[in-house]
Design a protein around this ligand. Structure first.
Ligand code: ADP
Ligand code: MG
Length: 398
């Protein structure tokens, strides 16, 4: 499923439309994390260094009413990009019209322009988010070629990704999208074995399709986090006040049966009396959880068991934290698994997909121990579910 990339096309003197994901967190008018801007730099630099005219655009937040526009303008993002690139970025505060068209026509080779938040078009009938055919066609008409580098929205068919791709001769992937396809797509298609999937997070119901898909391709599926307790319940254990999805117990039983030993749960858990970092903390064997306790992390023995399995793996895909890592007393399981992966980086291809698990790895400062930290929460989840992502499908095959 290899895709054409920006490397495969001629960008010299071309108007290169580049869909980036600059949906960065902004608090009080300040960008608090510019990782997404940094991640798009290789593609932007490649285009301008090779004499292309870079025309950038992205969504930012949601636009439901006129008053959402001010706080979701891309103007401060353009300024940050200018600093990171060390090069002037012409910002056009429009998503269509003569001002934008003239600015694009005046752009010289090697220059960079960015236009306003694509979701400003959502005010008038959700044109961006519903992939209005006229809008995709219009944006496509502004450029000669299209480069999609926004993985975070690849699971959605919007005018700014699928709409443009469908209305332009040349639609290719940027380097960031290429990396996501290579690591997530490539691993699911052809993993080096043993292939271990590690699943956690809050709920089974969020991850049913991920569990199903990874059971098909992985050799072992380790389960921790809140969702483990529905499985422990299915195995007949007392789980006290732990997170439980009563209506998923039957499904958990079926999955355990179907998995035929592939699903591995830890043998102990760390419990609290309340959902709080100040609560009394205990470690319990899974058959000894008290009625008035809740499991908030995997236990120390489980960390060892999981680490041993990770050590012997060649490929690891991880989605979902092992416990309530936001509370320091219940972060050890997530840190332990992250360390086990990082410690074996020499012989391990490791991928983290999932908003919270990726954030956890970055928070622990362990990014360098991983082969790939996916930039898309929802998109990586759907990719791990084995779905085809419309934003990727729309880009040309090699
Ligand atoms: P991701 O974003 O990586 O896919 P999820 O969104 O599925 O992960 O789950 C993350 C959330 O799961 C975190 O906020 C974490 O606190 C919660 N969680 C993990 N373990 C437990 C647990 N044992 N009980 C309750 N919540 C948990
Ligand atoms: Mg999440």
């Amino acid at each position: 499923m290899a895709k054409l990339t920006v490397r495969d096309i001629n960008v010299k003197d071309k108007k290169v439309l580049i869909r980036v994901d600059f949906n960065v967190p902004i608090h009080g008018g300040v960008i608090t994390d510019d990782n997404r801007i940094q991640a798009a730099l290789p593609t932007i630099k490649y285009v301008i260094e090779n004499g292309g005219k870079a025309i950038l655009f992205s969504h930012l937040g949601r636009i439901k009413e006129e008053s959402d526009k001010k706080k979701n303008s891309l103007d401060i993002v353009a300024k940050r990009l200018e600093e990171l690139l060390g090069k002037e970025v012409t910002f056009v505060p429009e998503t269509r019209g003569t001002l934008l068209e003239n600015a694009i026509n005046n752009l010289k080779s090697g220059e960079v322009l960015m236009f306003e938040n694509t979701r400003f078009e959502d005010l008038d009938g959700k044109k961006e988010s519903k992939n209005d055919p006229e809008l995709g066609k219009y944006w496509a008409s502004l450029g000669d070629v299209f480069v999609n580098d926004a993985f975070g929205t690849a699971h959605r068919a919007h005018a700014s990704n699928v709409g443009i791709s469908d209305n332009i001769d040349v639609a290719v992937a940027g380097f960031l999208l290429e990396k996501e396809i290579k690591f997530i797509g490539g691993t699911l298609e052809n993993p080096e074995r043993p292939f271990v999937a590690i699943l956690g997070g809050a709920k089974v119901s969020d991850k049913i399709e991920v569990i199903n898909n990874l059971l098909k391709v992985a050799d072992t599926v380790l389960i921790g986090g809140g969702m483990a307790f529905t499985f422990y319940k299915a195995m007949g254990y007392e789980i006290g006040k732990s997170l439980l999805e009563e209506d998923k117990v039957e499904l958990a039983k079926e999955l355990l049966e179907k998995a035929n030993g592939k699903i591995v749960l830890g043998s102990d858990v760390t419990t609290g009396k309340a959902f709080s970092n100040d609560t009394e903390v205990n470690v319990r064997e899974v058959d000894s959880i008290l009625k008035d306790e809740m499991g908030l992390d995997i236990g120390p023995k489980s960390i060892k068991e999981f680490s041993e399995i990770i050590k012997n793996a060649k490929t690891v895909v991880w989605n979902g934290p092992m416990g309530v890592f936001e509370m320091s007393n219940f972060a050890k399981g997530t840190i332990g698994v992250a360390k086990a992966i990082a410690d074996n980086k020499d012989h391990l291809t490791s991928i983290v997909g999932g908003g919270d698990s990726a954030a956890a790895v970055i928070e622990f400062g362990l990014e360098d121990g991983f082969s790939h930290i996916s930039t898309g929460g929802g998109a990586s989840l759907e990719y791990l579910e084995g779905k085809e992502l419309p934003g990727i499908v729309a880009v040309k095959d090699k």
